[in-house]
Ligand binder design. Structure first.
Ligand code: UN1
Length: 512
């Protein structure tokens, strides 16, 4: 496959600093030897600068500040006024779209178009949250008693701890933060330790939005650091909701810890997403949908397509076209407009990909295209790979595991029931797709896929913000972003109001 050349780290560092300065990050806290966090770029694999890492005391201070501003100001600010903050944030994001996109490319390795698309998700969710700020609707129910009103009202929850992953370093923060803020919550954010600069830029833009709209600046706090910082946040009793995005392994740690203090948790964990291609599928759509979902973002979306389940009558034709498209994917510098596949985030991701390919081959799989490392001579510390397609005889253990890299396993089926069985036969349940022009097949798949996201004639990745985003089973069950996902960020009160002069008891109970 073709490649694009890798720029020197100095040049990338200058570009990052310019973007940071434009976003309002002028002062980067000096790192002490003890608590150092390195900002790196996967484009060259080298260090850009070192930053100070949050301590346990910093976590305490951040939560105190967020909690105070929740109690003394934000929860009592009318929701439409809270919306003004998010509206201003949306304006600043429009203004700095390409600054943030640059930082996303530099720290997460996303190609320009996808990085800009991620910032667009932030802008979209700000618009959504602004509308929501006038629509935090509760229901009114028919009371069984005369002269009584039964209703529910929604109230701010408190401090929300947001933990995000490297692969969507800004959009997932915005989904949580824009919605939490209009819901009257304050936010403490622990971004991935791999994307600290991007996080500082978001925090600076939000601070500016707060200053411009007269909102308390303490409504948002950011804590840079590794898993230990996340753990302090997770254990902090004043954090009402932990919204965490990451691996299933991370979720298995976070979930029980939050549950132990009876806190609330919203988990967005791994996916192992599949598409079923039926004999009636439009081959053009199926192939294009597959290639973007499987090779896009170098396979590093939680919604990335990892399994292609193709009817045996069309398997050869579809696979051949996918393989052909893969040979043309340009791998390399994500800042170059011609690149389609940027780097993996780091060495561990590359090792995991190598090991998965070795295991798949040992299981009888055949690598049809890709899998090789590229550009090693130009950037020995960066990990560029050719996305791989592997034909598998069966759905072995390695296929059932999520490897966060561009590997697409292809399997065949005979009956739709068999396809659904294979599809649902993994522990994760995030996103799924069927390519078909047969309405019965489409409807049957919509009903039987056990995922939180089920698509027809589009791939598994690239969801719009208007829907609720999240998945079932090991994916954690949380829902974020659009639809009524806001309800997770508020507490519901059921209210009964008696406007009569009697005191009838419910269920016909009599007492004195
Ligand atoms: C993620 O990979 O963590 O649907 C989120 C998508 C994006 C969000 C992905 N809108 O692919």
């Amino acid at each position: 496959s073709p490649t694009s050349a890798i720029p020197p780290t100095d040049e990338i560092g200058d570009r990052a600093e310019a973007a940071l300065a434009r976003c309002g990050v002028d002062h980067l806290a000096e790192a002490t030897a003890a608590g150092r966090l390195y900002a790196r770029t996967p484009i060259t694999g080298e260090t850009l600068l070192s930053l100070a890492q949050a301590t346990e005391r910093d976590v305490d201070h951040a939560v105190t500040a967020a909690h105070d501003s929740f109690r003394t100001a934000w929860r009592d600010t009318p929701a439409p006024e809270r919306g003004a903050l998010v509206r201003r944030l949306g304006e600043l994001l429009r203004e700095h779209k390409y600054d943030l996109a640059d930082l996303v490319s530099i720290e997460a390795g996303k190609i320009r178009s996808e990085a800009a698309g991620e910032v667009q998700e932030m802008i979209d969710v700000c618009d959504f949250a602004l509308g929501l700020s006038r629509q935090l609707y509760g229901r009114t129910m028919a009371s069984e008693r005369p002269g009584h009103r039964l209703m529910e009202t929604w109230h701010p929850l408190g401090v929300v701890g947001v933990i995000t992953a490297f692969n969507f370093p800004v959009a997932v923060w915005a989904w949580n933060t824009a919605v939490a803020l209009v819901c009257g919550d304050t936010v403490v954010w622990k971004p991935s330790e791999m994307t600290p600069l991007t996080a500082l830029a978001c925090d600076a833009l939000l601070s500016r939005a707060a200053a411009d709209t007269g909102a308390p600046t303490n409504v948002h706090q950011v804590l840079l650091g590794g898993p230990d910082v996340g753990e302090h946040l997770v254990d902090e009793p004043r954090v009402a909701l932990i919204s965490a995005t990451g691996s299933v392994r991370m979720g298995r740690t976070v979930g029980p810890r939050v549950a132990a203090r009876l806190g609330r948790c919203l988990l967005e964990l791994g996916g192992n997403n599949a598409a079923v291609v039926t004999p009636s599928a439009d081959p053009e759509l199926a192939v294009r949908g597959t290639v973007f979902a499987a090779a896009g973002t170098a396979g590093q979306r939680c919604t990335s397509l990892r399994r292609l389940i193709v009817h045996e009558d069309v398997a050869d034709a579809i696979t051949e076209r996918v393989v052909d498209a893969y040979t043309q994917l340009r791998v390399g510098d994500p800042l170059s407009d011609h690149t389609l596949v940027g780097p993996l985030i780091g060495q561990r991701a590359h090792t995991a990909m190598r090991e998965a390919l070795t295991q798949a081959t040992a299981d009888g799989g055949e690598v049809l295209v890709g899998g090789n490392r590229r550009l090693e001579d130009q950037a020995p510390d960066a990990y560029y790979v050719e996305p791989a397609v592997v034909r598998m005889p069966t759905q072995t253990a390695i296929v059932r595991q999520e490897t966060f890299a561009p590997i697409l396993y292809v399997m065949t089926y005979r009956s739709l029931d068999e396809a659904v069985e294979l599809h649902n036969g993994v522990s994760q349940g995030l996103s799924s797709a069927v390519f078909t022009q047969d309405q019965r097949e489409a409807e049957r798949f919509l009903a039987l896929s056990d995922c939180g996201i089920v698509n027809v004639n589009i791939g598994t990745s690239g969801a719009e913000i208007g829907g609720a985003f999240g998945g079932e089973k090991d994916t954690g069950g949380g829902r974020e972003s659009g639809s009524d996902a806001w309800k997770s960020y508020m507490r519901r009160a059921t209210n009964t109001v008696n406007y009569s002069e009697e005191l009838p008891l419910a269920q016909g109970v009599r007492f004195v």
